[in-house]
Design a protein around this ligand. Structure first.
Ligand code: XIL
Length: 298
């Protein structure tokens, strides 16, 4: 079997990968992609700097290469990401206040409208919470437009593409901790006030171990009435790599509202974590022990 087919047999879940448009001409890469995965996320091509490099000038060429490939293969597409403090275009980085707020909301509206009907789920807001013990928001120019920027973004996204699931996505949320609890409180507040939010993504860029309350953390979010997904999984190389992958896979399967898992790249040589070999296929495209471990867990 394959990762995607096995996940589909487990309650209609997906198993996906982050994809780079520039690698779609690499036959080893594309063969693995088409064989194993039934969901894709654009690794960089849908970010703000890629889609609106000049104010009001939208470019979708590279993003569309990924969207067209996924559509032709019947793969679900996670849009990543409408708003993020990183990989913002220079023109937006120089804005503030209501000018930045208007530019943010226009960006959400334009991009979500452009892809209306094609995106299964959008990461509407990425990485808006602070690391460490505060449980509060990350300081950023987006945050300085006012604490309501996240809900304004979700409302704009819902208006632009009512059929897409709207997600909040973050890292260092791989257990019950101050940061994940801050996000949990935001989601609870959004649900209670009718702010449109459907899902929470747990990036899961992991080291050599995983928190023992990883599954319990997914479950507490699911209990708020949102779906959860593992969105950017990669695991540091080491003797425990296959075990950590299996633990994360089982945690998702054990949570009814955990609808899918995405790994952040295909081969180790495709990974942003250079030299860490954190993925399921080696640099030649061979299946690693971690691959077998995930497939057996599915
Ligand atoms: C990373 C990409 O993998 C790199 O190619 C790029 O240089 C930086 O961004 N969290 C996210 C992803 O939400 O968008 C990031 O992707 C990894 C961390």
């Amino acid at each position: 079997s394959t990762l995607g087919a096995s996940a589909a047999e487990r309650g209609g879940r997906y198993f996906g990968a982050a994809i780079a448009a520039g690698r779609l001409g690499d036959s080893t890469y594309v063969n693995i992609l088409n064989r194993e995965f039934n969901q894709i996320t654009a690794e960089n091509e849908m970010k703000w700097d890629a889609t609106e490099p000049q104010r009001g000038n939208f470019t979708y060429t590279n993003a569309n290469r990924i969207v067209n490939h996924a559509t032709a293969q019947g793969m679900k597409i996670r849009g990543h990401a409408l708003l993020w403090h990183s990989q913002m275009p220079g023109w937006a980085q120089s804005l503030s206040g209501s000018d930045l707020r208007n530019a943010m909301i226009n960006h959400v509206t334009q991009v979500a409208t452009n892809y209306r009907g094609k995106i299964h789920s959008w990461d509407v807001v990425n990485e808006a919470f602070a690391d460490g013990g505060s449980g509060g928001r990350r300081d950023s120019i987006l945050q300085r437009t006012g604490n309501d920027w996240i809900e304004a973004a979700f409302r704009a996204a819902r208006n632009a593409d009512p059929g897409a699931k709207l997600c909040y996505n973050d890292y260092n949320t791989d257990g019950i901790n101050a940061k994940s609890t801050g996000i949990y409180n935001m989601v609870r507040d959004f649900k209670s006030r009718g702010v449109p939010i459907d899902c929470v993504g747990f990036q899961s860029h992991l080291g050599t171990s995983v928190s023992s309350d990883y599954q319990a953390n997914l479950q507490r979010f699911a209990d708020l009435g949102v779906d959860v997904q593992i969105t950017e999984l990669d695991v540091a190389q080491g003797s425990n790599q296959a075990n950590v992958y299996a633990t994360v896979t089982r945690a998702c399967l054990n949570v009814a509202r955990c609808t899918g898992i995405t790994v952040w790249g295909i081969r180790d040589s495709d990974s942003w974590r250079t030299g860490e070999n954190p993925l399921l296929f080696d640099s030649s495209g061979n299946k690693k022990a971690a691959y077998t471990s995930v497939l057996n867990a599915l």
